[in-house]
Ligand binder design. Structure first.
Ligand SMILES: Nc1nc2c(ncn2[C@@H]2O[C@H](COP(=O)(O)OP(=O)(O)O)[C@@H](O)[C@H]2O)c(=O)[nH]1
Ligand SMILES: [Mg+2]
Length: 291
């Protein structure tokens, strides 16, 4: 059977996490219109018995690191470069292609790359043809195609192309598993997604979520998580007037978590201030940012 690692790279907001979720058919990676939503490498497994096991990895968008958390995020990109059998290089059709090309060239890929133009539904076909001419000429580009996850176009064709590039082998992971990350991780991510959704400006970038307790009881699952911010003023914003905002946040997150776990959930959220956690090696590790 065909077995291999297919790792997804691109600038922030290219549609990487959306593609991972579409191929796996489960919301493994959180998605938002804001940049730098994804902070980890997130693996999703696609199995077809006796035919293939494709291990997809979503990665953080490629950026110039400005603080230590960013460095950890770029380490996650680097580790994904090392074990890829195939690289998917995602480009939003409306982004600056030259900039994307510069980033892809700098990756110094040693494996075949498929350039995937995303969000085809947002531009005229002519623009896609222009992108094809632009990227097909690049040395790293072995294949070129376009997708729209919104219109469900191109994803099946992409899978067919990927399979051509995968080696024969034995499965690495149990065929019933979707991912190798613990449930706790996804719970924390769902809370983080709602922070991206509800709070503007800088708040989501100063915030992380740490799940402390995950207890399966008879009738429900009890979850306690800390929302960690850098300053008291940010804590006040997350709480909102009379606790209005955190209540809304908790409700939205709980709904998603219940859908994901298919169980009733009691979710308890606390807000904690940890000065400069984004630059603190020990705290980053405690919060699960291992690069
Ligand atoms: N119109 C449209 N929007 C998309 C498509 N794929 C992703 N998006 C949106 O683009 C934004 C960034 O997506 P995301 O997957 O988080 O990008 P990432 O930063 O590369 O992981 C989100 O608002 C998505 O809903 C698509 O095919 N069409
Ligand atoms: Mg993402």
């Amino acid at each position: 059977m065909k077995v291999g690692f297919v790792n997804i790279f691109g600038k922030p907001n290219a549609g990487k996490s959306t593609l991972l979720n579409a191929v796996i058919g489960e919301k493994l990676a959180i998605v938002s219109p804001k940049v730098q939503t994804t902070r980890h490498r997130i693996k999703g497994f696609l199995n077809k018995e006796a035919e293939y096991q494709i291990i997809f990895s979503d990665t953080p968008g490629i950026i110039e690191p400005k603080y230590k958390l960013h460095e950890k995020m770029m380490q996650a990109v680097k580790s994904s470069l090392e074990d890829a059998d195939v690289a998917l290089l995602l480009v939003d059709i409306n982004e600056d292609w030259q900039e994307a090309d510069d980033i892809f060239t700098k990756l110094r890929l040693k494996v075949p790359a498929i350039v995937v133009i995303t969000k085809l539904d947002t531009a005229p076909l002519q623009k896609f043809e222009e992108a094809k001419i632009f990227f097909s000429a690049r040395p790293y580009c072995k294949q070129f195609l376009g997708i729209s996850v919104v219109k469900d176009e191109g994803v099946d064709a992409l899978l067919d192309v990927i399979l051509n590039y995968l080696p024969e082998g034995q499965p690495f992971y149990n065929e019933d598993d979707l991912t190798d990350l613990p449930t706790k991780f996804f719970v924390g991510e769902m809370v983080r997604e709602k922070i991206f959704l509800l709070f503007g400006d800088e708040i989501p970038y100063h915030t992380t979520v740490l799940v402390n307790e995950f207890k399966e009881k008879e009738t429900l699952i009890k979850i306690q998580a800390d929302i960690v911010v850098q300053r008291e003023s940010q804590k006040a914003i997350i709480l909102g007037e009379g606790g209005k905002m955190i209540k809304q946040l908790g409700m939205l997150a709980r709904q998603d978590i219940e859908k994901f776990l298919e169980r009733k959930v009691f979710l308890q959220l606390f807000v904690k201030v940890k000065n400069k956690w984004r630059d603190d090696e020990l705290k980053l590790r405690e919060y699960g940012y291992n690069g």
